[in-house]
Design a protein around this ligand. Structure first.
Ligand code: CA
Ligand code: CA
Ligand code: CA
Ligand code: CA
Length: 212
C-alpha cells in the first residue's frame, strides 16, 4: 500500500512522522502544500482501493475502521442510503478539502493537514453548516482534540500526548520548552500558525509564555 492511501485504524492517533509521510506522499509537486489536483488524485486512488469488489460503489461493509473513509461517511447527508458512487465520493472528498483549507488559500498546508488528522478522530464541527471551519469554530474543534490527546486528563499535554504535533506546532505552542501544553497554548499556537495572529500569542514581547 502506498503512503498516499495508508490508513490509521480507529482510535490510534498517528505520530508526526506518520502524518508527515502521508502529507509528503500527497504533495507530489513538493511545494509543501496539497492542492486540489493532488487531493483529487489521492481521492481517486482511495476510491479504487476501498471499492474491494470493483462494482463502482462503496458500501459501509467495504469501509471497515479506515479513518479516512469514516471521515467521508461522517459527511453524508442525513437519510443517505450509505452507498457511494464514485462521483458522490469525490464530491464529499472535495467538501472535506474545502473545510480543511481553514485559511481559504486553496491549499492544505501542513498545519491544516495536522488539524485534519485530529478532525478525523474528534468528528467534524461546522457550527454554521457552510462547509468551512472558521477561526471562531476552530476553538470548539480544538477543545475536542485536546480532550482526545490529553490521555490522563490532567489538563495538560505532556510526553506521549504530544507525539502528533510537528516541531513547528510544538515551537508555537510551547516556545519555552516547558514540556507542557495547555488548551489555550494549543489554540493560540494553531491560530498563530494559521496566520490568525500577527505575533505568537504564547510569547510575550520579552519571550515569556503567557499564563494559561
Ligand atoms: Ca503540492
Ligand atoms: Ca463496492
Ligand atoms: Ca490553506
Ligand atoms: Ca495529560
Amino acid at each position: 500500500m502506498s503512503a498516499m492511501t495508508a490508513t490509521t485504524h480507529n482510535g490510534a492517533i498517528p505520530t508526526h512522522v506518520e502524518i508527515l509521510a502521508t502529507f509528503l506522499a500527497n504533495d507530489t509537486t513538493q511545494n509543501s502544500a496539497i492542492g486540489l489536483n493532488e487531493w483529487r488524485t489521492a481521492s481517486r486512488a482511495l476510491f479504487e482501493i476501498t471499492d474491494k469488489n470493483h462494482d463502482g460503489v462503496i458500501e459501509r461493509a467495504e469501509v471497515g475502521d479506515n479513518a479516512l473513509m469514516r471521515e467521508v461517511f461522517s459527511n453524508l447527508p442525513q437519510g443517505h442510503d450509505g452507498k457511494l458512487t464514485k462521483q458522490e465520493f469525490l464530491d464529499l472528498r472535495e467538501t472535506i478539502f474545502r473545510a480543511a483549507d481553514i485559511d481559504h488559500n486553496g491549499y492544505i498546508a501542513f498545519v491544516e493537514y495536522e488539524i485534519l488528522v485530529l478532525l478525523r478522530r474528534t468528528g467534524w464541527v461546522d457550527l454554521d453548516k457552510d462547509g468551512r471551519i472558521e477561526m471562531s469554530e476552530l476553538r470548539t474543534v480544538l477543545e475536542r482534540a485536546f480532550q482526545l490527546l490529553d490521555a490522563n486528563h490532567d489538563g495538560a499535554l505532556t510526553g506521549n500526548d504530544m507525539e502528533l504535533l510537528s516541531p513547528e506546532s510544538l515551537a508555537a505552542m510551547d516556545p519555552k520548552h516547558t514540556g507542557r501544553i495547555t488548551l489555550e497554548q494549543l489554540i493560540n499556537g494553531y491560530r498563530f500558525l494559521l496566520g490568525a495572529d500577527q505575533v505568537n500569542r504564547n510569547v510575550t514581547p520579552r519571550g515569556y509564555p503567557l499564563p494559561p
